[in-house]
Write a protein that binds this ligand. Structure first.
Ligand code: GDP
Length: 328
C-alpha cells in the first residue's frame, strides 16, 4: 500500500465506512515495518479530525460485570443518539491466546447496533505495544465520528495505568461480594479512578451494593484529589437490569465539564501526547538496538565475561552502548 492508498483509506474512515474502519485498525495493529509507515501516514492524515470524543477507560476485576455493563451503557448511549466505540487493552491475551472482547458471545446486542463499533484487544506483544495500537485505534474511531469511546481493561497488573494514560476519564467498576472488598483493591487503582461504579445493585445484592458504595465513598474521600474541582463520585448501577446508566453518564458529563472549565482536560491530553511521544522514542531505540546484529553478538560475547566474573554487568552494558553509538 502506498501513500495514496493510505490517503484513500483515511477518506473512507472519515466517511465512517465500517470496512475501512476495520481495515485501518488492522493496519495500525500490524508489526511489519512497511505497514508501520503506512499506519503512521494514515494516523497523520486523520489527526486533524480527532479529539472530539469523550474518552472513558473502564476497569474491573473479572466477573464484576464489565461486558454486561458496557453493553447496557453502550445501548443506553446509542439510544440517546451517540455513536459508541468500544476498544480493549488486554496484554494477557498474548499468553492466553484469547482476548477480552474477543469472545463473540459477549455484547451481542451492542455488536449488532449500527451506531456501535466493538474491537477486541490486539493480541500479542508487550503492554506498551498493545497500548500503542489501542491509542491509534482510538484516534481512528474518533475520526470516524464516534463521540464516545470506551476502553476496557481487566483489573489486574499495569494495564490500568496504560489505559488511564490514553483516556479523559478512568472509571472503576466494582461489585458487592465476590471477595472484591475494599482491602482487595489496590490503592494505586483507586487513586486512578475518576469515577467508581458499584455494579449489581439489584435483587438480593442490592443492600450489599449500597454498603459497598458507602465504604467506597468514604475511602475515595481519603484519596488525594487529582483535579481542582473533582471528587470521584461513587454511583450504583445494575448492568443486568440496565438501571443507573443515566447516573453514570451524568457523572461522565459532569467530570468532562468540570475539567473543561478549569482547562485540565486539555492539559491532560497535552501531557498524554508528550508522554506518548517519549515512549515512542524509547521503544524505537530499544527496537533499533535489538535489530543490530553486531550488538547482539557483542552482548552475547560480553555476557560470557559477566558470567565468568571477569567483567561487571555495568561495564559490559557501557561497552555495548558505546558500540551502538559509535557505528551505524
Ligand atoms: P466481566 O468478566 O467483568 O466482563 O463480567 P461479565 O459481564 O461477564 O459478568 C459476570 C457475571 O455477572 C455474569 O454472570 C453476569 O450475568 C453477572 N452480572 C453482570 N452484571 C450484573 C448485574 O448488574 N447484576 C447481577 N445480579 N449480575 C450481573
Amino acid at each position: 500500500m502506498g501513500k495514496k492508498s493510505s490517503q484513500d483509506l483515511a477518506a473512507r474512515v472519515l466517511k465512517s465506512e465500517r470496512r475501512a474502519l476495520a481495515k485501518a485498525i488492522t493496519l495500525v495493529e500490524s508489526v511489519r515495518s512497511d505497514e508501520r509507515a503506512e499506519a503512521e501516514a494514515l494516523i497523520d492524515a486523520l489527526l486533524p479530525h480527532t479529539g472530539h470524543a469523550v474518552r472513558v477507560g473502564l476497569s474491573g476485576a473479572p466477573g464484576v460485570g464489565k461486558s454486561t455493563f458496557i453493553e447496557a451503557f453502550g445501548l443506553y448511549l446509542t439510544g440517546l443518539g451517540h455513536k459508541v466505540a468500544v476498544l480493549a487493552v488486554d496484554p494477557s491475551s498474548a499468553r492466553s491466546g484469547g482476548s477480552i472482547l474477543g469472545d463473540k458471545t459477549r455484547m451481542n446486542r451492542l455488536a449488532r447496533d449500527a451506531n456501535a463499533f466493538i474491537r477486541p484487544s490486539p493480541a500479542g506483544g508487550t503492554l506498551g505495544g498493545v497500548a500503542r495500537r489501542t491509542r491509534e485505534a482510538l484516534l481512528i474511531v474518533e475520526a470516524a465520528g464516534f463521540d464516545v469511546v470506551l476502553v476496557e481493561t481487566v483489573g489486574v497488573g499495569q494495564s490500568e495505568t496504560a489505559v488511564a494514560d490514553m483516556v479523559d476519564m478512568f472509571a472503576l467498576l466494582l461489585a458487592p461480594g465476590g471477595g472484591d472488598d475494599l482491602q482487595g483493591i489496590k490503592r494505586g487503582i483507586m487513586e486512578l479512578a475518576d469515577l467508581v461504579v458499584v455494579n449489581k445493585a439489584d435483587g438480593d445484592l442490592e443492600p450489599a451494593a449500597r454498603r459497598a458504595a458507602a465504604d467506597y465513598t468514604a475511602a475515595m474521600h481519603l484519596m488525594r484529589a487529582k483535579y481542582k474541582n473533582w471528587q470521584a463520585p461513587v454511583v450504583l448501577a445494575s448492568a443486568l437490569e440496565e438501571q443507573g446508566m443515566e447516573n453514570v453518564w451524568r457523572a461522565v458529563q459532569d467530570f468532562i465539564a468540570s475539567l473543561q472549565q478549569t482547562g485540565e482536560r486539555d492539559q491532560r491530553r497535552v501531557t498524554q501526547a508528550k508522554t506518548w511521544m517519549r515512549e515512542e522514542i524509547e521503544a524505537g531505540l530499544v527496537q533499533a538496538l535489538h535489530a543490530r546484529e553486531d550488538i547482539r553478538a557483542l552482548t552475547e560475547q560480553l555476557e560470557q565475561e559477566v558470567v565468568r566474573g571477569t567483567l561487571s554487568p555495568a561495564s559490559a552494558a557501557r561497552r555495548v552502548l558505546a558500540q551502538f553509538e559509535s557505528s551505524p
